[in-house]
Design a protein around this ligand. Structure first.
Ligand code: OSB
Ligand code: MG
Length: 369
């Protein structure tokens, strides 16, 4: 396989509703779409999940664009590749910038699967033909608004409800939700909003039988999380703190978490994501696939990854319509009874809708050797 051309596009898509986390509110999603082409003009696609501002991690759309243009694209253009797993090796001397790396690595995985005429899920070694998904609900203005969103999510069939929390929107809110829904699988995601000094408050969450609490403490911490996990019953799931299979190994060895949220972008690509999956499987630690408000292209990658058999908990890959007025793939991602049917056609398994891509593209650039 040889990459003869790379095209970067900058897109901006309006969300159907604002999405609020402890670190900020999204009303739209700006992102970079990566298209790689081989000698026959076949295209592979992926997106960067970096946000416009460095809220979730240190990367942004602009830092990703620069990393891609100055370092990552030149490393892959016109190189003979046997397998996409070589890409993360080629990038290994470049520190961090995982979302930028993942964006081009993912596009190469898609192209590889298309060249082989197999689904991306199969190329990754995934075997599930359908996957379970849940929904992530942002911080709302009122508890009534939250209960309404949960009702809609359950009506749509989602298999678990994730509730974003932050100081001031936590124990009392979850109590109300539990009162209304005593048996629904519920989890909370704090996006690093607490510190160990909040331990008494976090202990109170134990009474609600949550599936897990996601990333309660600092985004760069695995030490305090271990202290916290030893003192609460609710399983901790790490998101922001895990950037690699090595981070996962250390967190598991310290007892910092009992579950890991795998996000392809956060860990630098599909190859590393699979390694984390494999390590967790070996250690009987369940994983699930997180989301970054992706367009259909990122969503398709998440679906493919989730077909690996240790993705035993519902992920955040909700339907396209949960986020977008119109998605950039055909067909859009749909969810029925909390299940997504895994596509069986080559690569990501969804057609890229060029006209809609163009509609949302503000600028683009083409790279050749
Ligand atoms: O629905 C999704 O795509 C995931 C929503 C979500 O929880 C999220 C959205 C933006 C940034 C971080 C997170 C997160 O999982 O922490
Ligand atoms: Mg999270």
């Amino acid at each position: 396989m040889k990459i003869k051309e790379v095209r970067l596009r900058h897109l901006n898509m309006d969300l159907t509703a604002p999405f609020t986390t402890s670190f900020g509110t999204f009303v739209d999603k700006e992102f970079i779409l990566v298209e790689v082409k081989n000698e026959e003009g076949l295209s592979g696609w992926a997106e960067s999940v970096a946000f416009g501002a460095p809220w979730y991690n240190e990367e942004t759309i602009k830092t990703n664009w620069i990393m891609l243009e100055d370092f990552l694209i030149p490393l892959v253009l016109d190189k003979e590749l046997e397998h996409p797993s070589e890409v993360s090796e080629m990038f290994s001397h470049i520190r961090k910038n995982n979302m930028a790396k993942s964006a081009i690595e993912g596009a190469i995985w898609d192209l590889y699967a298309k060249e082989k005429n197999i689904p991306l899920s199969t190329a990754l070694g995934g075997e599930l033909d359908k996957i379970d998904v849940g929904i992530s609900i942002g911080i709302q203005e009122t508890v009534a608004d939250l209960l309404k969103k949960i009702e809609n999510g359950l009506k749509d069939g989602y298999k678990r409800i994730k509730i974003k929390i932050q100081p001031g929107w936590d124990v009392d809110v979850i109590r109300e939700v539990r009162k209304q829904y005593p048996d629904v699988p519920i989890m909370a995601d704090a996006n690093s909003a607490y510190r160990l000094k909040d331990i008494e408050l976090l202990k109170q969450l134990d009474q609600f039988d949550l599936m897990m609490i996601e990333q309660p403490l600092s985004s760069d911490d695995i030490v305090d999380h271990a202290t916290l996990q030893a003192q609460i019953k609710t399983p901790i799931c790490l998101d922001e703190s895990i950037h690699s299979v090595e981070d996962a190994r250390k967190a598991l060895e310290l007892g910092s978490c009992k579950i890991i949220n795998i996000k392809i972008g956060r860990v630098g690509g599909l190859t590393e994501a699979k390694k984390i999956h494999d390590l967790c499987k070996e250690r009987n630690v369940p994983v699930w696939c997180g989301g970054m408000l992706e367009s259909g292209i990122g969503r398709a990658h998440n679906i493919a990854l989730t077909t690996l058999d240790n993705f035993t908990m519902p992920g955040d890959t909700a339907a396209s319509a949960n986020y977008w007025h119109k998605d950039i793939i055909q067909p859009e991602v749909t969810v029925e009874d909390g299940v997504i049917i895994v596509p069986t056609t080559a690569g990501i398994g969804f057609k890229v809708d060029y006209a809609t891509v163009d509609e949302f593209t503000s600028y683009s650039k083409r790279y050749t050797k």
